[in-house]
Design a binder for this molecule. Structure first.
Ligand code: ADP
Length: 493
């Protein structure tokens, strides 16, 4: 009998992690994917910078390595422990000079990026490579170092530079996942000397891009495999229109590029057991959703109206998210008798415009500016539709929450939105496959037409209920994506 196979050791590397520190979907993935992979039998762990919110969430911490000065920090120590409510095995880089800063992990109180971000995130990549190669924790190394976004994108570079040399062991393989190609980690070229990387990496075969450093580009050329968060986005980013200048670099590596749609944490997002809600409900027993809607209308000061369709948005307010487009179609929706609830934070002009829209029609438009996790749950549960009119959307999570909570997604047919929502056209309705509404082209007219079709279906309650059932029956969990990543790791040799 052959001995049982040792679990595949994977180190995820990210800059944020739900529920301790979150600015976007990246945190949700970092918090849930390793947990799902552990359920599949992988030895998945997570490496994070020692931001105060993350340090507070690390239990039973022990120091496994100490070194320095490095990357501008007098001393760096690596802590190992159990992170957050899930007790995920995690490593934290304790380097107070670089990470002991409250608030956003990326920008200072003045709203500008920290001037030493190149060092803060180079250290993250460096430690990932060293830990992966077995040079930091005497009891653990990683077969696969899985870096997420530009913050971790130098991990493949440090692996290529030092990884194998230190240990003589088989080189750790690297995977880089792009959660949003728009964010690339650009820095002036003269910072290169501070990174401790071989000189050749300052050229086109490394991190240099058009005369500056781009961390993400370095990862894209040096990682063994590249993934992004949906198959459609994986195709879109090969085009000049959606490639954020990196379409050429990506096209060279298209053989190494795969799209895998994100899941959602079904322990956190479950309408049958969600402590934030006024009432529990499920596909089998949907009655509680009406109570959630009534509670939300009350909470936001909207007219209490069960038969009025309520379209909701939970989003960062940036040009990407298309909420200016939604504003332009708002009179159309309101004119048809609909309501809108929006929870968001971000660009000041968009915040003001939405505040003004709520003031103009307080019984039909409820707006909350800020970040509020519990309200996000109440909004998804209490609404009939989730709007995601993003101009581009690598994966998108809120439409997945909408599916799970029976709030039909109304989305721009791009990226992960195209891959996760089946438009309620006549054929899909007949075949009982429809799960929402998708429009092509980021225009007010296209969005307004999708609204018309949503209104038309709303007027047929039995058909609407059937689409809701189909939506709630979708598998939005991490189980399948986690297995897809595992298969990809195994293919790395
Ligand atoms: P992105 O990562 O581009 O912001 P995603 O849809 O992938 O977009 O993920 C956004 C995540 O952040 C979701 O979990 C969403 O619920 C959450 N979110 C966005 N804005 C807010 C907010 N104002 N309050 C609470 N949660 C928010």
């Amino acid at each position: 009998m052959s001995p049982p196979e040792a679990p595949l050791r994977v180190l995820h590397v990210a800059a944020e992690c739900f529920p301790l520190l979150k600015t976007g979907g990246l945190a949700d993935v970092a918090g849930a994917l390793p947990v799902a992979q552990r359920r599949l039998g992988l030895d998945a762990r997570l490496l994070l910078p020692g931001h105060p919110a993350l340090r507070e969430g690390l239990h039973d911490a022990v120091e496994v390595a100490r070194f320095g000065p490095a990357f501008g920090a007098a001393r760096v120590s690596l802590l190992a422990g159990a992170l957050g409510p899930a007790g995920l095995p995690a490593y934290l880089i304790d380097a107070p000079w670089l990470y002991e800063r409250e608030g956003s992990p990326y920008v200072g109180p003045d709203g500008r990026e920290w001037s030493d971000n190149h060092l803060r995130f180079a250290l993250l990549g460096f430690v990932a490579a060293q830990l992966g190669a077995g040079a930091l924790d005497p009891r653990w190394s990683a077969r696969v170092v899985h870096a997420h976004d530009w913050h971790a994108a130098l991990a493949p570079a440090y692996l290529a530079a030092h990884g194998a040399a230190r240990t003589g062991a088989a080189r750790s393989r690297s995977v880089l996942t792009v959660h949003n190609l728009a964010y690339q980690g650009a820095f002036p070229m003269d910072r290169f000397a501070e990174l401790g990387l071989p000189v050749w990496m300052s050229g086109p075969a490394g991190i240099e891009f058009h005369g500056e450093l781009r961390f993400l580009k370095g990862g894209l050329v040096l990682a063994d495999r590249i993934t992004t968060v949906s198959p459609t986005y994986a195709r879109e980013i090969l085009t000049p229109a959606e490639g954020h200048q990196l379409d050429g670099v990506l096209s060279h590596r298209s053989d190494a590029l795969t799209g895998i749609v994100n899941g959602i944490d079904d322990a956190v997002w479950n309408p049958a057991a969600d402590a934030a809600l006024a009432a529990a409900y499920s596909a089998a027993d949907p009655a509680g959703k009406a109570a959630c809607k009534a509670a939300l209308q009350r909470e936001l000061g909207l007219r209490p109206a069960p038969r009025t369709p309520l379209l909701a948005v939970v989003s960062r307010l940036t040009p990407q998210k298309g909420l200016d487009l939604l504003l332009s179609a708002l009179p159309h929706w309101l004119g048809k008798g609909g309501q809108v609830a929006l929870l968001g934070a971000g660009d000041r002009p968009l915040e003001s415009a939405w505040r003004a829209a709520a003031q103009a029609a307080p019984e039909a438009v409820g707006v909350r500016l800020g970040y509020d996790e519990a309200l996000a749950h109440r909004i998804v549960a209490g609404s009939d539709l989730i709007g995601v009119p993003s101009r581009f959307e690598p994966c998108g999570l809120t439409q997945l929450y909408g599916l799970r909570y029976g709030a039909l997604p109304l989305v721009h047919r791009v990226g992960g939105l195209a891959d996760t929502v089946t438009d309620a056209d006549e054929a899909a309705l007949r075949a009982d496959r429809a799960t929402g509404f998708a429009f092509a082209g980021a225009t007010r007219e296209a969005l307004a037409y999708a609204m018309d079709r949503a209104m038309a279906l709303w007027a047929r309650p039995a058909d609407w209920a059937r689409v809701v059932r189909r939506a709630m029956a979708q598998d939005t969990s991490w189980q399948a994506p986690a297995a897809r990543y595992a298969a990809l790791y195994r293919g790395l040799g």
